[in-house]
Design a protein around this ligand. Structure first.
Ligand code: C5P
Length: 349
């Protein structure tokens, strides 16, 4: 239902986390960013964003769940930046135009750890972009959406597209990969340490300049397999290759040396290859099923509790069992699956 200032009932979006199954850094670009070749997958783990038109003078954001860190203001917070950028792109082209679209009161339930390499902030931004358009009864064509998304951050176009994808360029070239069949278990372990992405890319540039090409080959191979059709057993069989296929690993080891022995300890404990998502610090392990991943999560929590596993940082790591929100899941063909998981999802209330 729409009124003169847009939709009157809240618009809700789920904002999934992401994992980089591969991350090849091709080289540094003239704009200071790096060209990437990376297989991204959305996870069932998600934040939840609710948006409603308000009579206030400015957009507002209320956060529950994980603290986002620092004051919530329009210059830093990606949800507020996304609302502002979307309003500018829409201009007078909304249901109550030709004046600017009204303020939005946003509520964000953060369940994805912040600054973890899981893309939570970028996903929230993509959800805000999509949700604001509905609040205002506005449309943007694909190119305008992409340019708003890319202006908000390198990972935002992936979330704006939705679904597993090959991500290239700085992050703006997103090719859907629709061939994952089934729902593997994914174990996430995020130590409570902050790893700065710019610091990691700076360390990468200082030590290597470009990747050695092997990660790029692994990434291209996985992308072509996920484009054609890959079952969970085959994905699990590639865990070792995927866990090694991150060109940022040596740079992360320089920026956060404590992560190296922790990753080794996890590997010993679980007897599985341990991957790093993005620039970390989240480590991931792939399992044949969610229940296998849940069992491994219990093993880790018990080891942290009895002191046999020590996490970097102050306190216990975030440990969660989740799954890849695959196209199969999105079609709802798995029992109990969320038919729209992994995409900005419309929930009318
Ligand atoms: O675009 P975003 O704000 O997410 O990027 C954070 C930082 O990560 C950038 O400032 C840059 O240092 C680095 N980065 C990069 N190349 C990319 C993505 C991110 O160098 N493709």
């Amino acid at each position: 239902m729409s009124g003169p200032s847009g939709r009157l009932t809240p618009v809700v979006r789920v904002a999934p986390a992401k994992l980089n199954l591969t991350l090849a850094v091709i080289g540094r670009r003239p704009d200071g960013f790096h060209d990437l070749h990376s297989v991204f997958v959305p996870l069932a783990l998600c934040d939840r964003l609710s948006l409603v038109a308000s009579a206030g003078a400015a957009d507002t954001l209320h956060v529950t769940g994980f603290p986002v860190g620092g004051p919530i203001d329009g210059a830093d917070n990606l949800v507020l930046r996304a609302l502002g950028a979307t309003r500018r792109a829409v201009g007078g082209g909304w249901v109550g135009g030709p004046g600017p679209a009204p303020a939005i009161a946003a509520r964000l339930d953060k369940r994805i750890p912040v600054a973890a390499g899981l893309g939570g902030g970028s996903s929230d931004a993509a959800a805000a972009l999509d949700g604001a358009l509905e609040v205002w009864g506005a449309e943007l064509d694909g190119q305008s959406r992409l340019s708003v998304a890319a202006g908000l951050g390198s990972d935002v176009p992936f979330f704006a597209a939705g679904g597993p994808a090959l991500v290239e360029g700085r992050g703006e070239r997103v090719t859907p990969l629709l061939g994952l069949r089934g729902a593997p278990g994914i174990l996430l372990v995020t130590p409570p340490v902050a790893v700065s992405t710019p610091d990691v890319f700076a360390a990468f540039a200082a030590i290597r300049g470009t990747g050695d090409g092997s990660v790029r080959l692994s990434s291209a191979h996985l992308a072509s397999e996920l484009g054609g059709g890959l079952g969970v057993t085959d994905l699990v069989a590639r865990a070792g290759v995927m866990a090694a296929a991150n060109d940022l690993l040596p740079a992360v080891a320089l920026v956060m040396p404590e992560l190296v022995p922790f990753r080794r300890a996890l590997s010993r404990l679980l007897q599985r290859p341990i991957g790093l998502s993005g620039s970390g610090p989240t480590l991931w392990v792939v399992y044949p099923s969610s229940s296998d991943a849940a069992q491994a999560a219990e093993t880790i929590k018990a080891a942290v509790a009895d002191g046999s596993l020590t996490s970097p940082g102050d306190g216990a790591p975030f440990v969660a069992a989740t799954t890849i929100a695959s196209p199969t899941l999105m079609r709802g063909s798995s029992p109990g699956a969320d038919p729209a998981a992994g995409q900005p999802r419309r929930i009318d209330q």
